[in-house]
Design a protein around this ligand. Sequence first.
Ligand code: GCU
Length: 338
Amino acid sequence: MGRGLRRCAVVLAAGAMLVACKGKKGEEAPGNVPEFVLTYAENQAEDYPTTRGAYKFAELVKERTGGRIEILVHAGGALGDEQAVVEQLQYGGIDFVRASLSSLSEFVPELNVLQMPYLYKNSEHMWKVLEGKIGDEFMEVLDGSGLVGLSWYDAGARNFYCTKKPVQRLEDVKGMRIRVQESEMMASMVEALGGTAIPMTYDKVYSALETGQIDGAENNWPSYESVRHYEVAPYYTVDEHTRVPEMQLMSQYTWDKLSAEDQRIIVECARESALYERKLWTQRSESSMRRVKSAGCTIVELTDEEKERFREVMTPVYQKYCADYMDVIERIAAVGEE
Ligand code: GCU
């Protein structure tokens, strides 16, 4: 099915479910019939930390609304790629998504700030930012976009991986065709390193690596392992160029149909599920790393000097995407130092 047709099919299916199952606001569901049946899109596999977070969220919501709100999780990208799903949220065809900030920044460009290369010192620093005032402010930048931010999910740090040779120095990136998410900022980052950025949806990357359409890609340990990119691109370089947070989002359209109490429950459950996802994330990162190492992949640790060279070439990328937000970048750098 083409993208347009697929979108229409999903909108119709989800819309039909809402019409069929919606009762009056605030009433107990008669018997076991839920008042709302809502759809949740997730592009990772069933056993992936973010998907398990989604199931936890659905379970908590069902429990705390006495079964009035049921959330059906569709994993493995069944409802379409991330950007198509986000568009659907904007007009109420799909109710929830967990999405990478790289995709979301194309809809709400301010979000680029939180995914800039080498922005965070480490995971702890990122979490202090997201869980503090800055994180709350960025949840609010979604206002007016048709999307409601519910919680932050972990997606670790992203690293480059290649099919034929490892990236050990900045010069190695030169001329390489590297897949990036459909994000202008990510493309600019690869270009700044001397590579050629090839934007592509997640589901297309394995075959593009396998057929030589691209020379490499970049992602975190669990994705590299889960979608088996390590089988076709066995050289993984730990350069940690970005930490891209992820968000659980709800369609504003659906949000507006809920009572204030149900909205409160949704946010509370999303935040609890996020804590659960973070724990799973840490475990999965370690097990994924072990799995790809035992599969024989070559893991390269970038030296501090080389990392510094990668960092230095990012200045124009900051100028392009963050010129109006340098004060926020400084506030982020200061988090944890007060
Ligand atoms: C991560 C992220 C996905 C995203 C993917 C990508 O795996 O969790 O949501 O689609 O990166 O590189 O496209």
